[in-house]
Ligand binder design. Structure first.
Ligand SMILES: [Zn+2]
Ligand SMILES: [Zn+2]
Length: 346
């Protein structure tokens, strides 16, 4: 089969590899029917994910049809249409039992697929701990509707869940990339009074304005974003801030735009250390929450999609066959042609 492979820093290549086989009783083999490219794949390519193992198949956003299951897999059988979770988790350790599956103590726990073990930009993928790592896709939900459930939408859902958003609140989301938009969709489920999206890229701002007309947008490079947020808040700033952009500037904006006693949820992955200027912040009494997604709510997310309450299909701006994955990566990496997300068909 063909598999998009991490060769070395700066180089991925589509290689012919043997099909994966069951290695443990909890494994499943999934025939991938649709996959996507994530900015974390670019982080691997740029050498900024030290845990990534050269030679592995990349890709951790995918879904497909169960091909075979190990003897310990109880919930799935061949033929089931499933989403695959970015995180591998045992379901049994202290962290899993408390819902903190990102910190699962299993040797493969956390982000293993497409990083430390072979992932899903391929025709087939082996999924360890399949009873936890797979979720059944309802018949009425299409592959396109379910594509982001296991990773970027799981992240948005997790972020909105921990962000202390109350009905009627002013919510600020910083960054309108795929993660920011998924965070926005899940924050809207909390019935906020006002949602503001802060984004520098005019294409991404227009995407938000076109698809979610009730949401306010602000460009922090042309407008004083903190003043804008204050103007549209009842108590001198956002009640809840979710930072999904990942720069020093957006990290600073996140706490500056928060009202006193607000919750600031850090969704982004930074490439550098950030500064918390505590003397400047003194008296603001903020609560910070920092991620890693706990991706254990995929069944809930699939139910919301089935009920028509979450729709991420507008994010799929391009579709490529796996044979043209190089082109798809080049487009995504250079953000050409107004790309938001690329779907890949093996
Ligand atoms: Zn990802
Ligand atoms: Zn665990």
């Amino acid at each position: 089969m063909f598999a998009y492979t991490y060769i070395k820093k700066g180089k991925f290549e589509l290689l012919e590899k043997p099909r994966p086989v069951l290695l443990a009783p909890g494994d499943a083999i999934v025939r991938v029917t649709l996959a996507s490219i994530c900015s974390s794949d670019l982080h691997i390519k740029h050498g900024s994910v030290p845990r990534a193992v050269p030679g592995i198949t990349v890709g951790h956003e995918m879904l497909g049809v169960v091909e075979s299951v190990g003897s310990a897999v109880a919930k799935f059988r061949p033929g089931d249409r499933v989403t695959v979770n970015v995180e591998t988790f045992c379901g049994d350790c202290f962290f899993c039992r408390n819902g903190y599956v990102n910190n699962c103590e299993d040797p493969n726990g956390g982000w293993a697929l497409g990083c430390r073990i072979d992932g899903g930009l391929a025709e087939y993928v082996r999924v360890p701990c399949a009873d936890q790592g797979l979720d059944l896709i309802p018949d009425s939900v299409t592959d396109q509707q379910a594509l982001f459930v296991g990773d970027v939408l799981a992240t948005g859902y997790w972020a909105a869940e921990i962000a202390d958003i109350g009905a009627g609140d002013t919510v600020l989301i910083i960054g309108a990339g795929p993660t920011g938009i998924c965070t926005l969709l899940c924050a809207l489920l909390k019935s906020p009074g006002r949602v503001i999206v802060c984004e520098t890229d005019p294409v991404r701002r227009r995407f938000v304005e076109d698809h979610y007309p009730d949401v306010l947008t602000v460009d922090p490079h042309s407008t004083d974003a903190a003043a804008f947020v204050r103007e549209h808040s009842a108590h001198g700033g956002a009640d809840s801030v979710l930072e999904a952009a990942g720069t020093a500037e957006t990290f600073r904006l996140a706490w500056q735009c928060a009202r006193p006693n607000a919750t600031v949820t850090i969704v982004a992955l930074y490439e550098e250390t950030q500064m918390l200027p505590l003397p400047e912040m003194y008296g603001k009494n903020l609560t910070f929450k920092t991620g890693g997604v706990d991706g254990c709510h995929c069944a809930d997310i699939l139910r919301l999609i089935q009920a028509g309450r979450i729709d991420t299909t507008p994010l799929i701006t391009h579709t490529y066959p796996l044979s043209r994955i190089e082109e798809a990566f080049e487009l995504f990496e250079n953000r050409r042609d107004n790309v938001i997300k690329v779907a890949v068909r093996p």
